[in-house]
Design a protein around this ligand. Structure first.
Ligand SMILES: Nc1nc2c(ncn2[C@@H]2O[C@H](COP(=O)(O)OP(=O)(O)OP(=O)(O)O)[C@@H](O)[C@H]2O)c(=O)[nH]1
Ligand SMILES: [Zn+2]
Length: 204
């Protein structure tokens, strides 16, 4: 078994510091007040427990699952792209508190460290569990890969549907938004093209 290298700094979203301090009672009262103010009756069989359900649902979306970002020494000296494709996530738009839902490609060119593969998905899921904008999510994922793995290069491409833009407002049903960050030698146009080809997408 390969020895574990402890990461020097916590992951981008250490669960302990990001778990919201949820005041269940206050949140339920506020949810009930909001729904009442919006004209939603709370005395029907379907809506009696809706404030509590709302709080539970938001708490789930805002609570990162804890994980250990296991890193191994790159004993084989593998230097080619490691790419996790189409990893799904759900996050909350900071402007409307509506979900944005999509997938990300996360990849890096290993230096002396390789990351447990599942940790790419856990990193994304953990980083997504907060109200934010997609650009910041994308940058933070890139920052984490760069700072923790010290790779030759890293890149993250995020594509998501923003419910605030598709289900309401602009009503741009079916549209998605793509953001990306390219670090180190993956910023090179040829490397970007290879990344997108491996991700199963055209060059951006
Ligand atoms: N850049 C960026 N904008 C976002 C993101 N999520 C939501 N927004 C946008 O935030 C903006 C907020 O604009 P406002 O004019 O204050 O809000 P609004 O009146 O609800 O705007 P409409 O959605 O156009 O109806 C909207 O254009 C949203 O599409 C994101 O991840 N990144
Ligand atoms: Zn929004």
């Amino acid at each position: 078994m390969l020895p574990l290298i402890a990461t020097e700094t916590p992951p981008v979203t250490p669960a302990s510091s990001l778990r919201p301090m949820i005041d269940q009672d206050a949140a339920e009262r506020a949810a009930a007040a909001l729904l009442t103010a919006l004209g939603v009756p709370l005395d029907t069989p379907s809506t009696q427990r809706t404030p509590a359900r709302m709080v539970k649902a938001y708490a789930e979306l805002l609570t990162p699952r804890e994980y250990v970002p296991t890193v191994f020494p790159n004993e084989a000296g593998y230097r080619e792209l490691v790419l996790a494709r189409q990893v799904p996530f759900v996050s909350l738009c900071a402007h409307h508190m509506l979900p944005f839902v999509g997938t990300a490609h996360l990849g890096y060119l290993p230096g002396e460290r390789i990351l447990g593969l599942s940790k790419l998905a856990r990193l994304l899921s953990s980083a997504a569990a907060r109200p934010q904008i997609q650009e910041v999510l994308t940058q933070q994922l890139g920052d984490w890969l760069e700072s923790q793995l010290k790779p030759g290069g890293a890149a993250v491409v995020v594509t998501a549907e923003h419910m605030c833009m598709t289900l309401r407002g602009a009503g741009a049903m079916g549209s998605t938004v793509t953001t990306s960050t390219w670090r180190g030698s993956l910023a090179d146009p040829a490397a970007r093209a290879q990344f997108m080809a491996m991700a199963g997408e055209g060059a951006r």
